[in-house]
Design a protein around this ligand. Structure first.
Ligand code: DC
Length: 230
């Protein structure tokens, strides 16, 4: 039976503004939010905590299937608990992002996380942020967005984000890490980063986030017949 709960998928590489757009849309529409990257990051962290090699597909997939996580509303951001303990800045670090991208190439890990991601689809609707939301996880979504931006601008945005969070960052190193991570995400055999055939594409290079949000909301109103006040 067709699932009546509407979904908007937002895919694209790191640093394109997906996170900001998705949080804004979820708040604006009063919908749930799936940060699928966080699930891959949490899987990588849990595997590292257990001393596993990130290439051990069966063991990492077992960790993904049994992941003990809680997403709780916080003041600025969601509070995320792994095995009952709050995971702070370490979850958002580039090291964890890199580890996440490594476990994300493993088909058994992706399969283990599939249903968990689909379970986020609850009324009145879901904003799904990731790499394969429109192609694999919610292929029947009513609206699929795919954001891009130049590599230089994405590195710059990521740098700003990390500095604002009080974390260490080096722009040149970051640009290299982002390029390596994007190449891995785009070239893997399962669920590679690519727009769905029916996705709406937007190059956000040089674009203020407010315009990106406007673009998305206009499309949502038109395609999903959501009554939104401009
Ligand atoms: O969006 P993010 O930076 O938190 O994602 C971390 C890594 O997880 C990213 O490099 C690739 C992987 N990922 C994925 O393979 N599929 C998703 N739907 C989301 C993230």
């Amino acid at each position: 039976m067709r699932n009546p709960v509407p979904v908007i998928t937002v895919d694209g590489p790191s640093g394109v503004g997906k996170g900001t757009l998705c949080q804004w849309l979820a708040l604006r529409l009063g919908w749930h939010l799936l940060d699928s990257g966080a699930l891959y990051r949490l899987t990588a962290l849990a595997a590292l905590h257990r001393g596993l090699a990130l290439t051990d597909e069966a063991a990492v997939a077992a960790v993904a299937a049994a992941l003990d996580v809680a997403f709780l509303p916080g003041v600025d951001e969601m509070r995320i608990l792994l095995d009952g303990a709050e995971v702070g800045a370490v979850l958002r670090s580039e090291t964890t992002g890199d580890a996440a991208s490594r476990v994300a190439v493993l088909p058994a890990v992706r399969a283990a996380l599939l249903q968990r991601q689909r379970d986020f689809r609850r009324p009145p609707g879901l904003i799904a942020d990731g790499r394969d939301m429109g192609t694999v996880v919610f292929p029947e979504a009513g609206l699929k967005l795919f954001l891009t931006a130049s590599a230089a601008e994405r590195a710059q945005r990521r740098y700003k984000q990390l500095i604002e969070k009080g974390m260490d960052a080096n722009l040149a190193g970051l640009a290299e890490e982002i390029a390596a991570r994007d190449a891995r995400d785009a070239q893997r055999t399962v669920a590679p980063l690519r727009p769905a055939a029916d996705a709406e594409l937007l190059d956000t290079t040089g674009m203020p986030i407010a315009r990106v949000c406007d673009w998305a909301l206009t499309l949502a109103a038109r395609r999903l017949s959501i009554p939104v006040i401009p």
